[in-house]
Write a protein that binds this ligand. Structure first.
Ligand SMILES: *Cc1c(COP(=O)(O)O)cnc(C)c1O
Length: 464
């Protein structure tokens, strides 16, 4: 049997991958034709592929490698923990030091009185937990009718049956009979796409008030919670108008429903504060965390809950949990990651220094003829590509046609940007330096120029 190593030729690795590996969110037959890019190593903000290309990863993996690649301290924390106690569960009245230490650290870092954590292995699992948590909370309060969870179209909350039901991705709902009952969706605060002639502030209020209307329609006595990402990530980095979140908070306070902030992306420094809840002055009752919690070095997520929610839940046995809830190795890695984020003042640097620097350059991309909007908060930004700038028009071609062209060109330019429809998005590692920001912007401009030209050649610069 051949050992499969980095040293096999790329084509051979691609053939083996195509033969046996089913990729997520991928048309596998098409990928098999083309061959997946094989990533072999990474350091700082740079990836290396099997052909030796050095690629600037402006997506931090999948929005998660906040401290950058190659931090040996995390490898050492994992190895140390594996030698000492590689695994033990937290089900049967047992606990262990990494789970305790991380819970204490999270309680200290999280805003308000989110002082309690229920561990999961990622964001999807944590959101599944949240569905049961919110409903069980109301049942324990003597209001078992409060079951409905309101979410938003084009939200992303994960890929399990529960989490994908919470999400508002039509492509996901189309497969496998989603959403499950008891989950309804309102519109997203996407001013660029749907705001028309309204001011962003009026539009933000209008979209927030859909929540109030939906609560009235269903009945306050039947609604358990509203869930939302402070800034929609996978939906295309949709930054809400400033008026949106205060109005949502007012509505959640006025009606008796829980607010669940899904901070899987916005948590741990992404917006220039530790949590998006701080950036938008939100007071969630439950917060979903994952991704940047371990900078992606180990799979871990969780639900942070308020004193009130934890107190109510404590009175019953919550019949829920995962084999890997509070996995000691993942907790040890997360703790080391949080230590680095804190001690190296990485979040503060994004807020005060590199974030503003990137913002100035990123927003200037709005001057490019191909760009209808360039927005960024902290280290999470998007560009809307358009054939007609003043009209903020979409393309006549199916959504994503032009975005995909730009994504491919970006890869050729050794810059990983992702496309969501015809929006280009970035969420780089939080350790990105000013010099690396210059490189990112240089490659992004080259990509925009070349993609614009390619779209022109293909006759795609037509408004739809
Ligand atoms: C990625 C993501 C999830 C899902 O997390 P997984 O770790 O992939 O299960 C949930 N919510 C948001 C906002 C995400 O971006």
């Amino acid at each position: 049997m051949t050992r499969i190593t980095n040293h096999l030729p790329t084509a051979q690795l691609q053939a083996l991958d195509a033969a046996h590996h089913l990729h997520p969110f991928t048309e596998n037959a098409a990928l098999a034709q083309k061959g997946a890019r094989v990533i072999t190593a990474a350091s700082g903000v740079m990836l290396t592929d099997s052909d030796g290309a050095e690629i600037l990863d402006a997506m931090a993996g999948l929005w998660c490698v906040n401290i950058g690649y190659g931090r040996a301290e995390l490898a050492e924390a994992a190895a140390r923990q594996m030698r000492e106690l590689p695994y033990y569960n937290t089900f049967f009245q047992t606990t262990h030091v990494p789970a305790i230490a991380l819970a204490e650290r999270l309680a200290r870092l999280a805003p308000g009185d989110l002082n309690h954590v229920f561990y999961a292995s990622g964001g999807s699992e944590a959101n599944d937990t949240n569905i049961r948590l919110a409903r069980t909370y109301w049942a324990e309060k003597g209001k078992p009718e409060k079951q409905v969870i309101i979410s938003r179209h084009n939200a992303y909350h994960g890929s399990t049956v529960g989490a994908a039901s919470l999400g508002g991705m039509s492509g996901m709902h189309a497969q496998g009979g989603l959403p499950i009952p008891g989950i309804v969706h309102i519109d997203e605060p996407n001013w660029y796409a749907a705001g028309g002639e309204m001011s962003p502030e009026d539009f933000g209020l209008e979209r927030a008030r859909q929540l109030e209307a939906k609560i009235a329609e269903i009945g306050e006595d039947k609604v358990a919670a509203f869930i939302a990402e402070p800034i929609q990530g996978a939906g295309g980095v949709i930054i809400p108008p400033e008026s949106y979140w205060p109005e949502i908070q007012r509505i959640c306070d006025a009606h008796e429903i829980l607010l669940i902030a899904d901070e899987v992306i916005t948590g741990f420094g992404r917006t220039g504060n530790w949590f998006g809840a701080e950036t938008y002055a939100i007071r969630p009752d439950i917060m979903t965390i994952a991704k940047g919690l371990s900078s992606g070095y180990a799979p871990i997520g969780g639900s942070l809950v308020s004193d009130e929610v934890a107190g109510v839940l404590a009175a019953t046995e919550f019949n829920h949990g995962y084999t890997y809830s509070g996995h000691p190795v993942a907790c040890a890695v997360a703790l080391e990651n949080l230590r680095i984020l804190e001690e190296e003042r990485i979040v503060e640097r994004v807020r005060e220094e590199t974030g503003p620097y990137l913002r100035e350059k990123w927003e200037a991309l709005a001057d490019h003829p191909f760009v209808g909007e360039a927005r960024i908060v902290g280290f999470m930004g998007s560009l809307a590509l358009t054939p007609d700038k003043p009209a903020r028009a979409p393309f006549a071609a199916p959504a994503g046609t032009v975005g995909l062209i730009a994504r491919e060109i970006s890869f050729e330019n050794n810059l990983i940007m992702r496309h969501v429809g015809d929006r280009m998005i970035i969420a780089p590692p939080l350790v990105l330096s000013k010099a690396e920001i210059d490189t990112l912007i240089e490659r992004a401009i080259r990509t925009l120029d070349e993609a614009h030209e390619e779209a022109r050649k293909q006759g795609l610069l037509v408004a739809g």
